[in-house]
Ligand binder design. Sequence first.
Ligand SMILES: [Zn+2]
Length: 326
Amino acid sequence: MPDPTQSPPILLGIDVGGTKIAGVAIEDLPHGPRILAQAQRPAQREADALIEDIVAVVHALTTQLAEHPELAGPQAIGIGTPGAVDEASGDVRDIANLAIPYVPLAQTIREQCGLPTIVENDVNAAALGAARLIDGTQTGTIAFLNLGTGLAAGVLRDGAIDRGSSNTVGEIGHIPVEPHRWKCACGQRGCLETAASGGAAKRLWPYADPPMPAILAASANPDDPRHKQAEDVKAIIIGAIADAIDILAVTVDPAQIILGGGMAKTGSPLLEAISQELHERALESPFITSLQLPGRLRLAPANMPVGAIGAALCAERIPVPHNQST
Ligand SMILES: [Zn+2]
């Protein structure tokens, strides 16, 4: 029986997505997080259903943990969610994908599950998870670029989330510099998100889902009937992603830029296309050459529940007694 004062606490992490609610139980060991249990449910719309789904995932995780009597019980829950998160209260506003204008998420889950609960923005949580999985030390500045339905970044400084003065750090998807001047959901025109995101790729390439592997394949194949169109769409998307990386480099100056989110599951063909674009820009600019951008790029682990692991790591911020009885 391990001494519970010597073991790392067991933490539950929940990743609220537009299509699924994913959960993990982890121990955060010195060399990285160890997954002890996993569970997920399809996401449902509206606040009551979200609470019900999270409680069910927590229950499934604790049931799996109970099958291992050598393990202590979970000590805390971390939740990563889209929407505007008040980190102090754990209240969340405007989870658009799930039609939730407001939910007091931390308080409700704390009451229903009986565990300390913390809520974090989903991109910030994924940034913590990806950085911990890629580089356990987490020193210096690391940016996580989320190529999801939208475009946003999470910024870590020595392992701590940089929030700025109003939680706007990393909202680079809404920098309006994209030359096509497409209208963005935020009301502006020309936001980077209108070109550099999974949502944009679906709009620009409605022929395949996911679109990005098909775009890269068709642009590389001169015999493809949509070859020219694929070349144009690739140039738009990769160009806007390269702009986002350039902006991150000169504003945040991260040692590592981790590419995550659904589009990043395209894997090395996407990384190669972005690196190629950055190399070409460097050929014309000694300044861009000096930034050495391709060398900073990493891919988030595609086969790991990065968001849920990061959410669990957020729960480490909750002070809990080490010798909690089980
Ligand atoms: Zn916008």
